[in-house]
Design a protein around this ligand. Structure first.
Ligand code: 10D
Ligand code: SF4
Length: 316
């Protein structure tokens, strides 16, 4: 029996960004250098497949530094950590490697610089997300005010409306953040923003590709984890850009085939922490059921690469 025809649009860029690539390499190189176990504070990136693979090689994932012994190396996840974490590791004379993405570290430095210039910081981000906790934790407790929505802007209680600056999480919705920034600028006209956007190139590019792809698709899947902020934003962007069915899937087994009944076009993308092997697994699942024609929707070409820290480039 012949299979139904399906045009499968593939967003580009999709999947791994330079910060994720670097963070995973850091864990692998640390295992090569120091042997197992190497401890990792928080999921190195928000992907179960990646974490399980590294665990199989000898990485031990914990949520807090207290759970690590003094005499084994520890790696901090790509999302960044509050200043108290490396300080505690130093006090315990631990070997630690910081896998914070350089683009997150850039935001940390920015927050510190504004505070040094006497400005009170506002962070646009999601409460409790490790990146938000890490960025807010660059300054003493209570110094950074969190704003999650346009509505929050109306109630945020600042020290001096003339002495304010803002930073953002790197993985937010570009459009929602523009609205929040506009509300901040309207209430606090002298608020200082980042030199260049804090939302990173990878987040921006993946959202742009989804915007171009979504209107062509009867349905769209984003390969990514439920705790991955940037992946969840891609689902929202897809739905808003006109795709009636946009869903997050971790793997091919998560696909709800009944919901896809009758489609003739499908869009696929992946969050910055989703490996290409899982994207291929999802594409193969469609090939098993449909006569698939793949079309790329490419809106940018990426060539960003970040070096791993020197300690891992030096011989043991
Ligand atoms: O939740 P998220 O989007 O911040 O993190 P994920 O690990 O899914 O992707 C990589 C992004 C990082 C490390 C934050 F910049
Ligand atoms: Fe870095 Fe952006 Fe990737 Fe986050 S999503 S790890 S900020 S490149």
């Amino acid at each position: 029996m012949s299979q139904p025809a399906l045009t499968l649009y593939l967003a580009a860029p999709r999947g791994f960004c330079a910060g994720v690539d670097r963070a995973i390499k850091i864990v692998e190189m640390a295992l090569d250098k120091w042997g197992a176990p190497v401890f990792v504070r928080h999921e190195i990136v928000h992907n179960k497949f990646v974490v399980d693979g590294l665990r199989d090689k000898g990485a031990v994932f914990v949520e807090e530094l207290d759970e690590c012994p003094d005499d084994r190396p520890v790696i901090f996840s790509a999302h960044g950590v509050p200043k108290s974490v490396p300080n505690a590791a130093k006090a315990r004379e631990m070997i630690y490697v910081d896998a914070t993405c350089p683009l997150v570290s850039k935001v940390h430095i920015e927050a510190q610089r504004h505070a040094d210039n006497g400005l009170q910081m506002i962070m646009i981000g999601h409460a409790g997300h490790p990146e938000t906790v890490g960025t807010m934790g660059q300054l003493p407790d209570g110094e950074v005010l969190l704003v999650e929505t346009v509505e929050d802007v109306a109630t945020v209680d600042v020290r001096d409306p003339e002495k304010l600056a803002f930073v953002t999480q790197t993985t937010l919705s570009v459009d929602d953040t523009a609205d929040i920034v506009a509300a901040l600028q309207s209430r606090f006209p002298s608020i200082v923003g980042p030199h260049k956007e804090d939302i990173c190139y990878a987040t921006t590019n993946r959202q742009e590709a989804v915007k171009a792809m979504a209107p062509k698709c009867d349905a769209m899947l984003v390969v990514g984890a439920p705790n991955s902020s940037n992946s969840k934003r891609l689902v929202e962007v897809g739905a808003r850009a006109g795709c009636n069915y946009a869903q997050l899937v971790q793997r091919a087994t998560d696909i709800d085939w009944r919901a896809l009944d009758g489609i003739t076009s499908m869009g696929i993308t992946a969050g910055a922490s989703a490996p290409e092997v899982l994207i291929n697994e999802v594409i193969d699942a469609f090939r098993d059921r449909y006569d698939v024609t793949v079309e790329m929707v490419e809106t940018a070409v990426e060539n960003v690469e970040f070096k791993v820290p020197r300690v891992l480039r030096e011989p043991a």
